[in-house]
Design a protein around this ligand. Structure first.
Ligand SMILES: NC(=O)C1=CN([C@@H]2O[C@H](COP(=O)(O)OP(=O)(O)OC[C@H]3O[C@@H](n4cnc5c(N)ncnc54)[C@H](OP(=O)(O)O)[C@@H]3O)[C@@H](O)[C@H]2O)C=CC1
Ligand SMILES: O=CCCC(=O)O
Length: 332
């Protein structure tokens, strides 16, 4: 990662974001200079849990941002912050120099990029498209092909980190594709994230993201099993969370989600339906190279059960409910 300081050629304002001291600046949108080392207008497509705070951080850093979302009302908070609005992905892409997309899944990412009135229709030489959605490598390559056929550049850049890191500008970008576009948008990635990896050819970023989320999905299931087992044998699951937090298997996720899981509360940061999507895509990826991933396969089944229980839009930690349901089922 470049320095923890964002360099501003003009007005410098100290700004604390997360634990890092940053330097940001204000810039008039007329010259479309974010003041963070990026020249040009920035488009943002998809303003869900992740897209909204990411776009918001770009606006707050002084970028000239134009937004679009399928459900238009989700644009309103961004418009209040100073964003512009365009009525389709194609119009955003044609009015901006670089366009980011943060969509739900492979289908929506492909539709927004390549469908009717999609971003590709507004692309041209000199422009760039950065897809930060979590998709599989084949979808990313398909999107990349459509975008580059217009003469524009393409970068995939899925992110590690959830709602809070997105709000705090502390995401981790897993990028691959056009290296000059990567360098061009690096100042923007640094507004939204704490680190960035450039992984080479299109597909490597998508694949890296799926591997990481496959591990995360399995870890969550194992953690849920531990909490339920401890309770069944008379231990306090809150103490289990504390013990884990001090040992070698400590992960921020356990301390963050454990206390609310014990209370059967699942405020959504990472929707369960997206975690199941990522496991499904990781299983398909493993199939292509005949790599056994039995733990992930078993975890995927539990997320599917949780979805069937109506928990798709809850946080993925709600997978614990599938284990409760299974136990109840086996006792009948
Ligand atoms: N939440 C998290 O912690 C993280 C999520 N991710 C990944 O980022 C991506 C976005 O996640 P998140 O923000 O949580 O998801 P949300 O479900 O909150 O947002 C999804 C976005 O996709 C849009 N969308 C869905 N279907 C379509 C469609 N057919 N056409 C156009 N737009 C569509 C939604 O529009 P609308 O508002 O109209 O529904 C919304 O803007 C996913 O790929 C996810 O796996 C990555 C890291 C962390
Ligand atoms: O894709 C979601 C990742 C969530 C996280 O990294 O905390």
């Amino acid at each position: 990662m470049a320095a923890a300081f964002l360099l501003c050629p003009r007005l410098a304002l100290p700004l604390r974001r997360g634990s890092r001291l940053l330097v940001s600046c204000s810039a008039s949108s007329s010259d479309a200079d974010a003041g963070v080392g990026f020249q040009g207008r920035v488009g943002f497509l998809g303003l869900g849990i992740m897209g909204a705070p990411m776009a918001s951080n770009l606006i707050k850093a002084g970028c000239d941002v134009t937004v679009w979302n399928r459900t238009k009302s989700k644009c309103d908070p961004l418009l209040s912050l100073g964003a512009k609005f365009e009525s389709s992905p194609a119009r955003v892409a044609s009015s901006c120099d670089v366009t980011f997309a943060m969509l739900a899944d492979p289908e929506s990412a492909a539709e927004v990029a390549c469908g009717a009135n999609g971003a590709a229709e507004g692309m041209a030489p000199g422009k760039g498209y950065v897809d930060v959605s979590t998709v599989d490598d084949l979808t990313s390559k398909l999107i990349g092909k459509h975008i580059t056929s217009t003469g524009a550049s393409f970068l995939e850049a899925p992110v590690s980190g959830s709602k809070k890191p997105a709000e705090d500008g502390l995401l981790i970008f897993l990028t691959a594709g056009d290296e000059s576009l990567y360098k061009r948008v690096a100042p923007l990635l640094d507004v939204m994230g704490k680190s960035r990896f450039y992984l080479g050819d299109v597909g490597n970023g998508a694949t890296m993201k799926l591997v990481v989320n496959m591990v995360m999905g399995s870890m969550m299931v194992s953690f849920a099993e531990g909490l339920l087992l401890s309770e069944k044998v008379g231990l306090d699951p809150n103490t289990v969370v504390e013990v884990i937090s001090q040992g070698a298997i400590n992960a921020p996720m356990f301390s963050l989600k454990g206390p609310s899981m014990v209370k059967a509360a699942y405020p959504t940061a990472f929707p369960l339906k997206h975690q199941q999507k990522d496991l499904r895509l990781a299983l398909a990826l493993a199939e292509t190279v005949s790599q056994p991933i039995p733990t992930a396969a078993a975890a995927n089944e539990l997320y599917k059960v949780a979805k069937s229980l109506g928990l798709a839009d809850q946080d993925f930690s709600a997978v614990i409910e599938a284990l409760k349901a299974k136990v109840q089922g086996s006792q009948q």
